[in-house]
Design a protein around this ligand. Structure first.
Ligand SMILES: Cc1cc2nc3c(=O)[nH]c(=O)nc-3n(C[C@H](O)[C@H](O)[C@H](O)COP(=O)(O)O)c2cc1C
Length: 269
């Protein structure tokens, strides 16, 4: 069985969950088609018709942003043709809510000719956990065990998932077309120009040569994923917030910071 993991994962939790699911599907190592960085997306956009044609089962994973699929991931995935390949849809969220992301992902895959055999919402450490700690160290051992068992179930699932049965969590975030995000702060004085941040930026708005934003216009394209903050060894990029941002984030993440959500999976009836 040839398995591919196709994912968008700025801070790595979606990729970890998908790889664990792939382990449950097959003993052989999966091919990773990573859409996080521009190079990966270019590869895929270059051959959207055939990119998955040689695989038997594709695990497709996205993080949840504002209850939705991040537009960069959605727009790229919308191009990929499935040619009847089996697919497992995965949404990884920061313990608040997975909104409409998982259902939308199933719809995209289904309409592009994949045979969606299973779907799962899993939990990863919240991208903003340095401001409000939420889902720290997740996915943990229990999550990864669930992911691997879900993979094994997906490998043998017969029939196709009824997409309408995949849960949607409608609230003001998932209903809004916008995605509220925090933007990292940049300190040129703390920056040693090592280039670590630029290498992990999904929107390529950071100059590899000196760590500065390429232009004010491009800075507006920051998706607030915090990949650069996690990669910076010198605290030149941080998620320092002002009192109003801290208050708002505290309100939104108060409940998720206290109660643990568990993965939810959806299989054919
Ligand atoms: C802009 C933004 C919006 C987010 N919105 C949500 C959300 O609506 N619900 C939630 O539970 N987590 C939300 N998160 C947290 C991420 O879904 C979570 O941290 C995920 O594990 C990140 O995946 P990655 O490690 O693959 O990048 C958001 C994160 C960011 C950066």
């Amino acid at each position: 069985m040839k398995v591919a993991v196709m994912c968008f994962s700025p801070t790595g939790t979606t990729r970890r969950v998908c790889l664990e699911i792939a382990k449950g599907i097959s003993d052989s190592d999966p091919t990773v088609l990573d859409l996080t960085l521009p190079d990966g997306r270019t590869l895929l956009i270059g051959d959207p018709e055939q990119i998955v044609a040689t695989y038997d089962h594709v695990v497709v994973g996205v993080p949840v942003y504002g209850g939705k699929i991040p537009p960069l991931a959605r727009d790229t995935l919308s191009l990929v043709k499935g040619h009847g390949r089996r697919a497992t849809a995965v949404a990884v969220y920061g313990n608040r809510d997975f909104g409409v992301a998982l259902r939308r992902l199933c719809e995209i895959l289904d309409s592009n000719g994949f045979q969606v055999v299973s779907a799962g919402a899993f939990i990863g450490e919240h991208s903003y956990s340095a401001v409000v700690p939420v889902a720290m160290s997740r996915p943990d051992a229990a999550d990864l065990d669930t992911a691997q068992r879900f993979g094994a179930q997906s490998a043998t699932a017969s029939g196709v998932l009824a997409v309408d049965n995949v849960e949607e969590q409608l609230d003001m975030f998932s209903k809004s077309p916008k995605i509220a995000s925090l933007k990292p702060r940049y300190s040129a004085t703390a920056c040693t120009e090592c280039g670590s941040c630029g290498k992990v930026c999904p929107t390529a708005i950071i100059a590899l040569s000196n760590g500065a934003y390429v232009s004010a216009e491009l800075t507006a394209r920051c998706i607030g994923c915090m990949a650069c903050v996690r990669a910076c060894p010198n605290d030149a990029r941080t998620n320092k917030v002002n009192p109003m941002e801290r208050f708002m984030l505290g309100m939104v993440l108060k409940k998720p910071s206290k109660a643990r959500s568990e993965p939810k999976v959806f299989m054919p009836a």
